[in-house]
Write a protein that binds this ligand. Structure first.
Ligand SMILES: Nc1ncnc2c1ncn2[C@@H]1O[C@H](COP(=O)(O)OP(=O)(O)OP(=O)(O)O)[C@@H](O)[C@H]1O
Ligand code: SF4
Ligand SMILES: [Mg+2]
Length: 323
């Protein structure tokens, strides 16, 4: 593990017990041996289809959910070994924007008070708090007049903006954003993305951004990790992933972006539906949907192999398919 990384994870595994037909319970593997690192000032994107483990990974990296095994380190120290003061610093400096912003807001607290909490903790004088509140709310397209209202008086998109304002008010060092713009109109999406990019420049923020939208990730991120059924299948510099991906799943995701590729439709590249996380296929977990699958793929799980420039992929045939 790179001890210089601001946040890193090694061999994370997370399973959930889920009821099956209302009686017995089964183990669902949400994350399987996931390792990653987030460098200071870097923006890392996490992509993959619904249910591949992105939110689970985001919550574990933010210290909000414990893995079954594996370690998350903050500046090289495992979260479980952080002292009391270091733990408080980690929680303050690591802010999360949730996929469902309603769950992160206290329904009985006026949103102005929710957003201002970090100002109060920092001992900021009341008039200054008001100025900062107005500035932060304006930056996400909310007027100060909304500060006196409660979370259930807002639309989903407005609540997402409140969640973002709340995270930004803490002047975080690390921002973990789970689908931060998916519920917003296109015009507001662009506004929020610009705010995140601006925050990144102004405060050397390190960001981990989960999104279904690969184009947004390409625009914002330095590196992108592609997940499939709980595992990392490819990771690399954002531009490289688009210009020269090395995994058939990444290729399929890129081909599915409307208007980007006209030569290959998604249906030509992705076979069948996503299998259930309750029964992950043997060998390469992508093999039932991969048009390149050979016998070896059905039995032997490919390991994540490094290529140049921090580009890595888990595919037995990567060299023969992509050179
Ligand atoms: N609390 C839970 N109990 C049981 N299963 C869970 C729980 N949380 C997540 N899962 C399961 O773990 C897997 C990964 O879920 P996760 O929410 O991390 O996926 P995701 O990639 O964020 O999906 P989406 O893009 O739809 O948000 C899924 O199969 C999901 O059903
Ligand atoms: S290992 Fe085989 S099945 Fe998996 S992505 Fe590569 S070619 Fe396809
Ligand atoms: Mg999710």
């Amino acid at each position: 593990m790179n001890t210089l990384s601001i946040l890193s994870a090694a061999d994370l595994k997370k399973t959930f017990r889920v009821s099956s037909q209302g009686h017995s319970t089964r183990s669902l593997t949400a994350l399987d041996q996931v390792s990653l690192r987030l460098e200071a000032g870097e923006t890392l994107g996490i992509a993959g289809e619904s249910g591949c483990g992105k939110s689970t990974l985001a919550k574990i990296m933010a210290g909000l959910l414990a893995p079954d095994s594996g370690t998350v380190c903050y500046k090289g120290t495992p979260l479980s070994e952080l002292g009391r003061d270091e733990g408080i610093i980690f929680r303050l400096k690591t802010q999360m924007i949730f996929q469902d912003p309603f769950s992160s807001l206290n329904p009985r607290m006026r949103i102005g008070d929710s957003i201002s909490e970090p100002f109060k903790i920092a001992g900021m004088a009341a008039p200054q708090q008001r100025i900062e509140l107005e500035r932060i709310m304006a930056s996400v397209g909310l007027s100060l007049e909304a500060a006196n209202r409660f979370p259930d008086e807002f639309s989903g998109g407005q609540r997402q903006r409140i969640g973002i304002a709340r995270a930004l008010a803490a002047s975080p060092e690390i921002l973990i954003a789970d689908e931060p713009v998916s519920s917003l109109d296109i015009s507001i999406q662009a506004q929020i993305i610009n705010i995140l990019l601006q925050m990144k420049c102004d405060f050397t923020l390190s960001m981990m951004i989960v999104s279904h939208n690969l184009l947004i990730l390409r625009h914002i991120c330095d590196r992108i990790i592609i997940m499939y059924l709980g595992a990392v299948v490819e990771s690399g510099p954002a531009a490289k992933l688009f210009s020269r991906c090395r995994h058939p799943y990444t290729e399929a995701l890129i081909a599915a972006i409307p208007g980007l590729h006209t030569t290959a439709a998604k249906s030509e590249l992705l076979q069948d539906d996503l299998p259930s996380a309750l029964s992950i296929p043997s060998g390469c977990r992508f093999h039932p949907r991969c048009r390149h699958a050979v016998d070896r793929c059905r039995h032997e799980s490919p390991t994540l192999t490094d290529y140049s420039d921090g580009h890595s992929t888990a595919c037995h045939l990567s060299n023969s398919l992509y050179g």
